[in-house]
Design a protein around this ligand. Structure first.
Ligand code: HEM
Length: 334
């Protein structure tokens, strides 16, 4: 099973990104960057055999995606075309930390990953965070950021490496220091694609943009007092319970890039005033019976796209290559 998952991942990534093709060709700089990124994550969060190098704590659910009437005008991608039956999806919500035991009450952003199963048997993924804007602009800078965090333990001399890094990286400071209110539910948070993609419709018209997922139930957060009463796994328990009662829904939106605007710097969050196009509705209907078994078999990759969608930010290929490294290591440990 692992061999076929890895082979599919490698083929997908090779088809979809010129940068990622390099990742298949042996010990190239791109391959080593992917490994270095996973090593750097391990340096901050430790090695947890069999687990994801980042976002190891998660919960897997199932549902469907129904495209909006405007989706096909943006892209010819199969899941965005008008259809009689909705597209089956798998969803994984996760805690944004490399620590498997991180409590759900922690301040880290949350992750959401969606895998769409298309009628021809192919799959495409979305991998998003509940924070608008990444701490740094490139994968290389992300590695430098992680190394600085790892070298700034309690015994580090002042100024610590992360103090020095933050001096010249205001987006990273904002990421670390901005207070993040704690959600009532994984389904009461907005999520952001952060990296940009290029969308091409059936007539060849191109749109650049970033995904956003907006909770249909509205954004809801806990007070400090309520947070103090929450159990360490309250978010995974809550979402399982919520979908037992009724589906959890998100609107999938595309935030459109400004003409001639910079699209390949994920540390710059785009303002809400930018045009948004509704792409469809994600409806999460049930939790899988054995989430831990399900997540072991799943690989979500930001670069796993289908014709009509292309990566428009080099970080996407670097991310995908590092997700494959993480998968191969977690597979080896089982
Ligand atoms: C260079 C930047 C990044 C690196 C090196 C990186 C690395 C990783 C790795 C190694 C994993 C574990 C993959 C696995 O074992 O399946 C992961 C998971 C994840 N990452 Fe990233 N990441 C980066 C940027 C981002 C960004 C920009 C986002 C959101 C927009 C994001 C969201 C997530 C989420 C949601 C997961 C969990 C996926 C799942 O549920 O399987 N990451 N990341």
């Amino acid at each position: 099973m692992w061999k076929s998952l890895l082979a599919t991942a490698a083929i997908t990534i090779a088809l979809l990104s010129p940068l990622a093709v390099v990742a298949q060709d042996g010990p190239t700089s791109q391959t080593s960057l992917a490994e270095q990124l996973v090593n750097a994550l391990n340096g901050v969060f430790g090695v947890h055999p069999g687990m994801r190098a980042n976002h190891p704590k998660g919960v897997v659910l199932e549902g469907t995606f129904t495209p909006s009437a405007s989706a096909a005008s943006v892209s010819k991608a199969a899941h965005l075309q008008k259809r009689k039956t909705p597209v089956p999806i798998m969803v994984r919500f996760s805690a944004g930390s490399g620590q498997p035991s991180v409590p759900d009450t922690s301040q880290m952003p949350r992750g959401m990953a969606v895998k769409f199963s298309l009628p021809d048997g192919s799959k495409t993924d979305l991998v998003v965070l509940s924070f608008n804007g990444f701490p740094v602009a490139t994968a290389e800078e992300f590695r430098a950021f992680l190394l600085a965090v790892a070298a700034s333990g309690p015994d580090a001399a002042k100024p610590t490496p992360i103090d020095t890094f933050l001096e010249t990286h205001p987006a990273a400071r904002n990421f670390l220091e901005r207070p993040t209110p704690q959600p009532v539910s994984y389904a009461s948070l907005p999520y952001f694609g952060i990296n940009s993609f290029k969308f091409t419709n059936a007539k060849g018209a191109v749109t650049f943009g970033r995904y956003q997922l907006r909770p249909v139930a509205g954004e809801q957060f806990l007070t400090q007092e309520q947070l103090g009463t929450m159990a360490p796994d309250y978010l995974s328990s809550e979402i399982r319970e919520r979908v037992r009662r009724s589906p959890a829904e998100f609107k999938l939106l595309l935030q459109v890039a400004e003409k001639d605007g910079k699209i390949d710097d994920p540390s710059i969050a785009w303002p809400d005033t930018r045009k948004q196009i509704e792409l469809g509705t994600i409806t999460i209907t049930k939790a899988v019976a054995d989430s831990q078994a399900a997540e072991k078999k799943l690989l979500f990759m930001p670069g796993a796209v289908v014709p009509g969608i292309e990566a428009a930010d080099p970080m996407i290929a670097a991310r995908s290559a590092s997700y494959i490294v993480s998968l191969s290591r977690r597979a080896q440990a089982q």
